[in-house]
Write a protein that binds this ligand. Sequence first.
Ligand SMILES: [Zn+2]
Length: 685
Amino acid sequence: MDSARILISAALPYANGPIHLGHLAGAYLPSDMYARYQRLKGRDVLFVCGSDEHGVPITISADREGITPQQVVDRYHAQNHEAFRAFDMSFDTYSRTSLPLHHETARSFLVDFHERGILTEKTERHFYDEKAEMFLPDRYVEGTCPVCSSENARGDQCEQCGSYLNPSDLINPRSKISGGKPVFRETAHLYFPLGKYQKRLEEYIAERDKRDGWKENVLSYCRSWFQEGLQDRAVTRDLDWGVRIPLKGYEKKVLYVWFDAVLGYVSASKDWAQQQGKPHSWKHFWHDPSTKYVAFIGKDNVVFHCIVFPAMLMAWNDGHREQFVLPENVPANEFLNFEGQKFSKSRGWGIDVQDFLERFPADPLRYYLATALPEYRDSDFYWKDFQARNNNELLAILGNYVHRTLTFAHARCGGVVPPRSALNEHDRALLEEVRKAPVTAGRYFEEYRFRDGLLEIMNLARRANKYFNDSEPWKSIEADPERCMTTINLSLQLIRTLAILISPVCPSTSGRMMAMLNLEAPGGNAWDHAGELKLQEQHTLGTPTPIVSRIEDDVIEKEREPFAVKEAAEASPQPEDSHISIDDFKKIDLRVARVIACEKVEDAKKLLKLLVRLDGEERQVVAGIAESYDPTDLVGKSVVLVANLKPAKIRGLVSQGMILAAAADGGRLVLVMPESETDPGASVR
Ligand SMILES: [Zn+2]
């Protein structure tokens, strides 16, 4: 679908933590390259994003830190907004779902669906905290895991054993809010009948795929959802952080975050329109059927953008004259890993965008990520590759070409564009490739194949270097000055071509290239004219400056080292690998034993021989504690015995068990003893 008007959304990042490089490679860099490319095609582009600021994880962060949910989202909204700015994202607006404008927008959908009888009400039983007077979201209920007996399992999952749970599965459930025992109470919720839209959704996806070529990974996620059959989804929750619901009986509930978050694209567009002073201009994008709407996401968001959101827009469109456009395509990337492993905040594995951009400029990162986008399968960020792509490609190919051409023009052509005379076959072959490059790269960008598009652009830069080398202007300047001037004229033209084509990927590098040519930033439909010879003879050039900096080995080593150390530490045997299960532990029969008699073992200065009583049973035990205890110290004391240890012979004496002792300073041993009076034979757990 070739359209003059393009609406682009990038998944709303969740305002409960900083974004990392994996997020950039998922939804953000691709959407930004697409938006910048479409603007250069002269299309009317609206590119929106913003913070997703509702949901239970945010209230949990707030509780943990003793601050309000608003304070949590204020912090991460500001941080992520700043990180995106530093990464040169060209959003037309970066909005947020805590704005009243968004609340009104989301509510209007809910009220409309309710009034038109689309939603159904169902009554369910949920845990309720009577002290706090509130229903408890799954994560607010804790208790003993029915699988592993961990006492701190959450209502949705046990972190100890990884089992997925329902709150009602927990043994001895307790409220995370008051600590009290929650009770079951009935509560009513509104449901969106997703199942009713399944057939239309299947047709919608098939049609758009045929028109715009959906990605295979996205289609296969959708197919698996359709195969399972779409289920009704609750649109309300018992919570007090979120979009309030203006319906009777729903005063203490809010919209379920999935329902309001996808509508964030609509309210962000309204927010943009208000900032422009043209509050209705958002409608040109959302209500004009000729708009092409492309929603960029990461693979974890497919169901919401390919199924839930289109179904909501269909439901709205069924009852209104003004129709919302549905996504024409939902390009979702797979995940980016970091140095061979998944990004993990808790393990400190990975790097936040802000930290990264304090140390390196945005363009080398954008360039490297664009070459390593997880377009079809998961891919990896490696520090070494980042350095190599910067030094061996961005610097050695593009930077070098620009530098040698401009310094030559300044040294030998008076700092102006020299005249062009008759073209030879090498010139014509080059110009043919220059003419084709925007077409080929543009086609890849239209197909969301950014890696291939960038490869095409860099191949042109390689070709440009070869042309410069083969033409040997440093020789022809003496032998055939006209030829030399023609070579430099064409080489300078090519810098302009490359500056335009690379600008969606490396916008500030492109800006420096244009400045060195003493040209304005490309506007209008510059892309389509990128292959033309636009530089006039005698046009004055700007000053040559390096466009890319080398990244040195020691700089990269410093970044990489902490992860290499961590990896080595984790590869050696770890407590995690030597964990035993609760069942393993239960095999050990630990008992309290009372010492009845005790004496030294002859000729063994470390050993004591003890007679101990368990429940109605006496045993002989040999223990290596003679250097720490006198035999007389121990009679009458209670110790802890491993009672089912296989009997062993020590110095000819049978030992029926082992006494537990702690290792203290200087090799001394301290016996483990019950803290108060305990019956012999009592089991120790
Ligand atoms: Zn468990």
